[in-house]
Design a binder for this molecule. Structure first.
Ligand SMILES: Nc1ncnc2c1ncn2[C@@H]1O[C@H](COP(=O)(O)OP(=O)(O)OP(=O)(O)O)[C@@H](O)[C@H]1O
Ligand SMILES: [Mg+2]
Length: 250
């Protein structure tokens, strides 16, 4: 397995109360796989995705990347895993040109020796993400929602990561733009073999892209479905979101 977590728990303190957001979650993603994390709003999907990337430290449980336990993320780990956040504002500095936001990971990791090399790398990934060169010179407030999402994707993919958490990257877009962006992510996967943990509460989308799907509810992973099982779900159960309860294999 490329990425996995075992029995992860996390609670947050809110005022004087403590809320348990993750209750013993275990999931795994293999090389080249697209695994969907599906569940209702507030069930803990984003938090679990962030725990895998060690952006949130779990209270209990373990995270493994290529069979090595990650306790404190190393530079190499930071380079190999990326997040496409639910909200583009989290990844783009409003005062920077899009070019600089996309180039930043290269600069942080010292991966472009000359300005020309940097420009070529930014232009190449921006093109793959479906951005035009003119977009690169603009600030985030001067782009549409779809263009912003493409910029965030370009930034996440510029270091050629092995594992990406795509946190509802298209939920704010209309259906045609959503389809184009998902197709682009799948094309990049075919070319590079990157693995995705794709968070969504859109079951039709999940069915279209998932190799496997985990179902979450109330901070727990309540089920795991293989591609064939997802395909066999009837339209009615899809519409009503009635998922068979498949016990997690952990
Ligand atoms: N930093 C935090 N402090 C306090 N509570 C938090 C924090 N982060 C998340 N929560 C709470 O944890 C729960 C799970 O949040 P999370 O964002 O993981 O859900 P989600 O499944 O991604 O939901 P959505 O589909 O709406 O994005 C929510 O009740 C949320 O309010
Ligand atoms: Mg979320």
């Amino acid at each position: 397995m490329l990425m996995r977590c075992v029995n992860v728990s996390k609670s947050f303190k809110v005022g004087r109360r403590r809320i348990e957001v993750l209750k013993g979650c275990s999931i795994a993603v293999d090389e080249g796989e697209t695994v969907v994390l599906f569940g209702e709003s507030g069930c803990g999907k984003t938090t679990l995705g962030r725990v895998l990337l060690m952006l949130v430290k779990p209270d209990a449980g373990r995270v493994f990347f290529k069979d090595t336990e990650i306790t404190a993320p190393t530079r190499e780990f930071r380079k190999s895993v990326q997040l496409i956040p639910q909200n583009p504002d989290e990844a783009l500095n409003p005062r920077w040109r899009i070019y600089d936001s996309i180039a930043e990971p290269l600069r942080v990791h010292g991966l472009a020796e000359t300005m020309n090399e940097e420009f070529d790398a930014v232009a190449a990934i921006a093109e793959k993400a479906g951005l035009k060169e003119e977009h690169l010179h603009r600030k985030p407030s001067e782009l549409s929602g779809g263009e912003l999402q493409r910029a965030v994707i370009a930034r996440a993919l510029i270091l050629e990561p092995e594992f990406v958490v795509c946190d509802e990257p298209t939920s704010m877009l209309d259906v045609s733009v959503q389809a184009a962006i998902v197709r682009m992510l799948m094309d990049i996967q075919k070319r590079t073999g990157v693995s995705y943990l794709f968070i969504t509460h859109d079951l039709e989308l999940a069915r279209a892209i998932a190799d496997r799907m985990y179902v979450m509810s109330g901070g727990r992973v309540t089920g795991e479905l293989r591609k064939e099982e997802l395909r066999e779900l009837s339209r009615e159960s899809l519409i009503r979101c009635e998922l068979p309860r498949v016990s997690a294999r952990f």
